[in-house]
Design a protein around this ligand. Structure first.
Ligand code: IPM
Ligand code: MG
Length: 405
């Protein structure tokens, strides 16, 4: 499954309040051939840098995207829009109308991260996180793919023993627009005893389970053919239905080996023997938790990209790490998760497999040369900042042979 491939380019109208923030650029970064050949493909990309380290990592990923694209005859127009805390500061809401419109009109969306101390005590509807949830809902990106791969170069960065971590290559398929994150009723109220109670609803319709399960079966089919559905069917009705629907669909995918696991056991198995997993499919909240856990097996959450896809329309691509306000603006962030998210954007969002591969190869080359940001540093390697790591990846893309020019 891939997000819809749109080739029509529509200009996005930006009101005056936004002009100071938004930047549009279509001037390619260090392009090899200045004049676009007739075969050149063009895409509109919405960049949502967000907060904390978001702007640093997105600006690097943008350059890498542009460079890898230029080697494959692909050009981009970028439009930068505010989201999260940046949008709250600018216009008082975490997801301005103009931002969601721009995102919907583009071919793909690349997001940095949202959130920061400054907005931590805001009311719920004025928190940066709300902007991200509204964006996911607005784009209807129900399928969130979160790969966790232990690269041989980084196996010593894992907190797990080498023999446990080595060779781990799994994919968490997380349902992203339903479940307890969005379920009604929800709220905080005073109950009949006069006590304050907080409540949320874990709810899944059959169609929501079926569509995410299909994405997961298809994903497993393209990988090693194993799918583990994670739920809490021993306690939750929503999970009972989840298990029933996933089991029923298995008949359509006889080539995929399906298993089921309770989420508490899955959390344990992930650190006990992560290599038993190929593809995991789970609901919104379990996927949130398990994908963070899976990320640490790989050494650093700073390495992991994600793709969020809808049935049609643009996909949303973002690193799974947060805004890391403690290191923001200090050139210490690891840009690789966002760079790898740009690769996912090319592969899953635009169907540009070759350009995606160029980025992934370039990341491996930079790691092979020993370049490491602080989060993945181990003795004997070269400690670099965010910018230098980005430069190294760009150099590696640059040294690749152009496709057909
Ligand atoms: C994630 C994040 C978000 C989530 C937050 C920031 C709302 O943790 O993308 O995993 O819970 O989905
Ligand atoms: Mg999370």
């Amino acid at each position: 499954m891939a997000a819809a491939l749109q080739t029509n380019i529509r200009p996005v109208k930006v009101p005056a309040t936004f002009r100071a923030f938004t930047k549009q650029s279509s001037a390619p970064f260090r392009v090899r051939c200045a004049v676009a050949s007739p075969g050149t493909k063009r895409y509109n990309i919405t960049l949502l840098p967000g907060d904390g380290i978001g702007p640093e990592v997105v600006s690097i990923a943008k350059n890498v995207l542009q460079q890898a694209g230029s080697l494959e005859g692909v050009e981009f127009s970028f439009r930068e829009m505010p989201i999260g805390g940046a949008a709250l500061d600018l216009v008082g809401v975490p997801l301005p109308e103009e931002t969601i419109s721009a995102a919907k009109e583009s071919d793909a969306v690349l997001l940095g991260a949202i959130g920061g101390y400054k907005w931590d005590n805001n009311e719920k509807h004025l928190r940066p996180e709300k902007g991200l949830l509204q964006l996911r809902a607005g784009l209807k990106v129900f399928a969130n793919l979160r790969p966790a791969t232990v690269l041989p170069q980084l196996v010593d960065a894992s907190t797990l023993k080498r023999e446990v971590a080595e060779g781990v290559d799994l994919m968490v398929v997380r349902e992203l627009t339903g479940g307890i994150y969005f379920g009604e009723p929800r709220g905080i109220k005073i109950n009949e005893n006069g006590e304050e109670v907080g409540f949320n609803t874990e709810v899944y319709g059959a169609h929501e389970i079926d569509r995410i399960a299909r994405v997961a079966f298809e994903t497993a089919r393209k990988r090693r053919g194993k799918l583990c559905s994670v739920d809490k069917a021993n306690v939750l009705e929503a999970s009972v239905l989840w298990r029933k629907r996933v089991t029923a669909l298995a008949a359509e995918y006889p080539d995929v080996e399906l298993s089921h696991m309770y989420v508490d056991n899955a959390a344990m198995q992930l650190v006990r023997d992560p290599k038993q997993f190929d593809t995991i499919v789970t609901n919104n909240i379990f996927g949130d938790i398990l994908s963070d856990e899976a990320s640490m097996i790989t050494g650093s959450i700073g390495m992991l990209p994600s793709a969020s896809l809808s049935d049609s329309g643009p996909g949303l691509f973002e690193p799974i790490h947060g805004s890391a306000p403690d290191i923001a603006g200090q050139d210490k962030a690891n840009p690789l998760a966002t760079i790898l998210s740009a690769a996912m954007l090319l592969r899953y969002g635009l169907g540009e497999e070759k350009a995606a591969k160029r980025i992934e190869d370039a990341v491996l080359v930079a790691l092979n040369k020993g370049f490491r940001t602080g989060d993945i540093y181990s003795a004997g390697n070269k400690l670099v900042g965010c910018k230098e790591m980005g430069e190294e990846v760009l150099k590696s893309v640059d040294s690749q042979v152009p496709a057909s020019v």
